[in-house]
Design a protein around this ligand. Structure first.
Ligand code: NAG
Ligand code: NAG
Ligand code: NAG
Length: 249
């Protein structure tokens, strides 16, 4: 028995030495540099005059939708970005008079579900689908170009594109000096009696915007951990087997 105790020390040392390079090899390799993801809110924040739009994108959860679309769409996206001035020149109370659903539609009306460079607008035919839709179907804009001006019109109002904030596939962001007003929400309606406090309709519930959850990336890791655990277990079984054989001599 004394001989087996003497053997135990060098054997465990040997096993530890054998296990060490394995543990080092299993350390995850640092991933190489990946291109910085497109940051839509960052582009707008850098522009400095889109705080109302940023707030609306956030409140309506449209920004999350756009971010996941940018990651999955083959067509890209175009966003018309009304400035803070554009929002403040709306008739007072305009935004607050909209239901949550209408606010979502208004924001989505500023999104075209594909990337348009300024030159693509010259060859595209009207009307152009936006990402907003309602009972009457998809809401559209018309985009017309002259030699040095691109003009977006809704049927209610129009706005020239006056600044390119970003334009590289898959994303184009164009600054506009007016909030684009969809006819479906702001078009001429038969005059209705002025609402009083008791007849103001309650706002719709926020409609959750579908977003694709990122798939968990843990599975591969846990299975390699399990494999590592198993092989460590076998090393011990073999070690003790070897030890008891040696101790017979
Ligand atoms: C995008 O930019 C904004 C503003 O610069 C910043 O707060 C945010 O963390 C950025 N998001 C990502 C995912 O980089
Ligand atoms: C933009 O379009 C509207 C309506 O079609 C028109 O009245 C306006 O003159 C146009 N503006 C420019 C700069 O082309
Ligand atoms: C948009 O363009 C189409 C096709 O040119 C035209 O029929 C339609 O009346 C235009 N709509 C608006 C709102 O200007």
């Amino acid at each position: 028995m004394a001989s087996s105790k003497l053997l135990l020390f060098p054997l465990t040392t040997l096993l530890l030495l054998l296990a060490t390079p394995r543990a080092l090899a299993a350390t995850p390799v640092a991933p190489g540099p990946t291109p910085a993801p497109l940051n839509l809110t960052g582009i707008l924040a850098k522009g400095g005059q889109y705080t109302t739009l940023l707030r609306l994108l956030d409140e309506t959860q449209v920004s999350q939708q756009l971010i996941s679309q940018l990651n999955s769409s083959f067509n890209g996206l175009t966003l018309f970005a009304p400035t803070d001035n554009a929002f403040s020149s709306l008739k007072a109370g305009t935004l607050n008079s909209l239901t949550n659903q209408e606010q979502v539609q208004l924001v989505l009306y500023h999104v075209l579900p594909r990337y348009y460079s300024l030159t693509t607008f010259q060859t595209s035919s009207n009307p152009i689908s936006t990402q907003a839709s309602g009972d009457s179907g998809v809401y559209t804009v018309n985009v017309t170009s002259t030699s040095n001006q691109v003009n977006v019109s809704t049927g209610v109002n129009d706005a020239p594109i006056n600044n390119v904030l970003y334009s590289e596939f898959p994303l184009a962001v164009y600054s506009v000096d007016s909030v684009l007003l969809p006819a479906e929400i702001f078009g001429v309606k038969p005059p209705a009696p002025a609402p009083t406090a008791s007849t103001v309709p309650s706002k719709h519930k926020k409609t959750p915007v579908s977003s694709t959850a990122a798939a968990p990336a843990e599975e591969a890791d846990s299975s390699t951990n399990a494999a590592r655990g198993r092989s460590a277990g076998w090393a011990f079984v073999l070690g003790f087997g070897f030890m008891s054989i040696v101790s017979l001599f």
